[in-house]
Design a protein. Structure first.
Length: 171
């Protein structure tokens, strides 16, 4: 059993992570072995995701004044919280990949920009483009009219040269 000071430290750490996180994914870790959990933690560190195994009551206290306060209603017992710190869908992608190889691992809730989604809607967050992919798509869209305009301006002299070449071959 945790001492009161340890619980306060846990709540403070959770609140800090929640304030900095872009999204939160909660899973039920029952049935996952310790070695598999270690692998998940190492993958999370590489993706800049903070993992916390936390009791429901402590999570309610920590998330009370954050954008994730609505997520506590779906938590039961011990929950594995994954906070995405740099890419909003990084934790969702990690949990989806981990859940595909571990049948007992189940995502219960997803929270993104104040919205609380059921764990069954995890794919919606996973399929969203990452920040770099979204920027690349935006730049491609912004670049398309310029490319077409240059192509149009380039077509006029090209057609002129072809016409002159055809006239020259005809004579």
């Amino acid at each position: 059993m945790q001492l009161r000071e340890q619980k306060k430290a846990t709540v403070t750490a959770l609140r800090s992570a929640a304030d900095q996180a872009l999204s939160l994914v909660i899973a039920d870790p029952r049935g996952v072995t310790a070695s598999d959990m270690d692998d998940l933690r190492s993958q999370a560190r590489q993706a800049n995701i903070r993992l916390c195994l936390v009791k429901n009551r402590l999570a309610k206290m920590a998330f009370a004044d954050t954008t994730y306060k609505g997520i506590c209603d779906s938590m039961q017992g011990m929950s594995l919280c994954a906070f995405s710190m740099t890419e909003y869908n990084a934790a969702a992608k990690l949990f989806k990949q981990f859940g595909s190889t571990h049948q007992t691992f189940r995502v219960t809730t997803v929270s993104f920009e104040g919205q609380v989604l059921d764990g069954k809607r995890l794919d919606e967050l996973v399929n969203l483009p990452s920040r770099t992919e979204a920027i690349a798509m935006l730049l491609r869209t912004m670049n398309a009219p310029i490319v077409k305009l240059v192509g149009t301006f380039n077509a006029i002299p090209t057609k002129m040269v072809r016409v002159l070449k055809a006239i020259g071959e005809k004579k």
